[in-house]
Ligand binder design. Structure first.
Ligand code: NA7
Length: 576
């Protein structure tokens, strides 16, 4: 076996790249293992037409190096995938990252070796590597769901998956194309495919809410504001719920606002575009009545854009409150349904039966296609971690540990799995936030933990089971305060048959989460057990750093939120 590593990092997306840099800063011996042939993670794999970031580019980029920030100029408000991938490559080249990355290699197993206070990691090329620490920088949306359709192997046309798009692109000119799914990937790609193909048929099971991006060059005023003080710009984003600036008004209560003011505020935010509407009113994510008003506003926007009222109705979400599934940001999505060459099929009314040699058979009709695009989503948050045979203390697998849904301490560590760190793992704000800011916070925190362990010559750190339980309960209760658990979303694991139902991200906001992590550190790594061999160096089984309840919340919201938590406690019992 090759020389033991200090740190083995799984994945060379933005998390793995930054983790590598932070490890190098400490002079650690570090290796990154990456399944793809290049860096970039999400932006390496998701090359489908129209793929772009939903957070403004000025905020969706690394902030650890001011020279890097100032040297890179984004061309659009929401950068397209090729530019994001070019950015990842630029960072890799600038910091000479590739020399420590093994590309085209997968980690298949990681087993805890108690005698060595470290991990034995197996790769798909048959090699094994020993490492003190393993960092799972595997991404929240990196493993496509295993969805298969009867007869798909008999289909003679081309099948493309949005998340595994051919690197040299696909030309749909003159083709009859079918696309299955209407999540973010489909909503971004449908307008582009429709403009190219002879005919496009969209198979929709559940409509989603989508807001216009109003994409274009970055307005000069925005760029100048950013240029004046990038530090302040970033600090402002990081101090928010979502890690991006959306003018959230935590004291604005929709149900106490006159209708004309509500409309004006929603219109202003709709005109601005993207996620800005999410911050309009404090109660829209908590109170069904307030949420309904925002729903009605978006439904009216859909009716305004889509000429055929039947199609507009089909495109309007009905089974989940606004923004309880990941809302989408689009460029011309709804207008696409006004094209003569685009058809929307409702799989609820006319279910898909099977693929055939020439296309897709639904209950009512058969549809012939030259190509079919699967935009069917991911085994989110836990998929990439559970697919690796990770065995901790006593041989327990992480999959077994998570049989009832993922349990972590701060989304960073799992009890019984020492020296194994998750970047933006379940139980952290992750997918509810600007991923880059969440990644930077996590990576810097993990680097601090490793430095602290090395300074005290400790061999290992582990989340205590007690702290893990308290944090997981806190995550569940925080989600229960909101409307988020009411949707059958991938946040809930609902898109994967048999996956335990648990709201997997921390819904308390990146700002509170960061404060919590800092408090845990200030209390001497509260909730963690630190040891060297048989020697216990510090043991804290407490978790007391709960974020404060929002002072600005209206009394009826507090009551409503607490009522939901009480119900949650009734169903799950009080934390031990
Ligand atoms: P999503 O958002 O999970 O969307 C997947 C879509 O595929 C969604 O509309 C699903 O309908 C549909 N789907 C999945 N399986 C089937 C089957 N078997 N039959 C018909 N339709 C199906 O994935 P995306 O890739 O679009 O986006 C993932 C995230 O990436 C996104 O949220 C952003 O964070 C970026 P359903 O809703 O399950 O009825």
């Amino acid at each position: 076996m090759a020389e033991r590593l200090d740190v083995l990092i799984v994945g060379a997306g933005f998390s793995g790249m930054y983790m590598l840099m932070k490890c190098r800063e400490q002079g650690l011996k570090v290796q990154v293992i990456e399944a793809g042939s290049g860096v970039g993670g999400t932006w390496y794999w998701n090359r489908y037409p129209g793929a772009r970031v939903d957070i403004q580019s000025l905020e969706y980029s690394f902030g650890f190096d001011e020279a890097l920030e100032r040297d890179w100029r984004w061309t659009e408000r929401y950068a397209p995938q090729p530019e994001l991938l070019a950015y990842a490559n630029h960072v890799a080249t600038r910091f000479d990252l590739s020399r420590d990355i093994s590309f085209n290699t997968r980690v298949t197993a990681a087993h805890w070796d108690a005698a060595a206070d470290g991990w034995t990691v197996t790769l798909d090329n048959g090699e094994t590597r020993a490492a003190r620490f393993v960092v799972m920088a595997t991404g929240c949306l990196s493993v496509p769901t295993d969805v298969t359709f009867p007869g798909i192997d008999d289909y003679q046309g081309d099948v493309y998956r949005t998340s595994r798009w051919p690197h040299d692109g696909v030309d749909f000119t003159g083709k009859r194309v079918g696309i299955i799914g209407t999540g973010s990937s489909a909503i971004q790609s449908i307008p582009i495919i429709a403009a190219q193909a002879a005919q496009l048929t969209v198979f929709q099971r559940t409509p989603n809410y989508s807001m216009p991006a109003h994409n274009g060059p970055i307005p000069d005023a925005d760029f100048q504001e950013w240029l004046a003080d990038p530090r302040a710009y970033r600090a402002r984003s990081r101090a928010t719920v979502g890690g991006f600036w959306n003018e959230a008004r935590e004291d604005a209560i929709l149900i106490h606002t006159p209708p004309d003011e509500i409309k004006a505020e929603l219109e202003r935010r709709w005109a601005w575009g993207g996620f800005r509407i999410l911050g309009a009113f404090a109660d829209q994510a908590l109170d069904p009545e307030a949420n309904r008003v925002v729903h009605d506003f978006v439904a009216a926007k859909i009716r305004e854009r889509v000429k055929d009222p039947r199609v507009a109705e089909l495109l309007t979400p009905k089974d989940h409150p606004f923004a309880t599934k990941r809302p989408c940001v689009d460029t011309g999505y709804y207008d696409t349904y006004n094209r003569d060459n685009v058809e929307l099929l409702d799989l609820r009314a006319d279910p898909l039966v099977s693929f055939t040699a020439t296309g897709i058979q639904t209950q009512a009709a058969s549809h012939d296609f030259d190509a079919v695009v699967l935009a069917t989503g991911f085994d989110a948050m836990t998929g990439a971690i559970e697919r690796i045979d990770i065995r901790g203390v006593g041989g327990e697998t992480i999959k077994d540990h998570w049989a009832a849904g993922p349990e972590t301490y701060l989304g960073l560590m799992v009890a019984g799995f020492p020296n194994l760190f998750l970047i933006t793992g379940p139980g952290s704000p992750s997918v509810l936030t600007n991923m880059i800011h969440s990644i930077e916070q996590h990576v810097e925190y993990v680097a601090d933990i490793i430095a602290a362990l090395n300074a005290s010559q400790a061999g290992r750190i582990e989340a205590s089971p007690e702290a893990e339980k308290l944090w997981t309960d806190h995550c569940d209760q925080t989600a229960a305060m909101t409307l988020l658990p009411q949707a059958n979303s991938w946040y809930m694991g609902a898109n994967v048959p048999g996956k335990p139902r648990r709201f997997m991200a921390y819904a308390g906001g990146l700002h509170h989460y960061t404060d919590t992590c800092n408090a845990v550190k200030a209390k001497g790594w509260e909730g963690f057990v630190i040891a060297r061999g048989d020697q216990l160096l510090s043991e804290s089984r407490e978790f007391t750093s709960y974020p404060p309840p929002p002072e600005t919340m209206a009394p009826h919201l507090v009551e409503m939120a607490m009522g939901r938590v009480a119900k949650w406690l009734e169903a799950h019992g009080q934390p031990a």
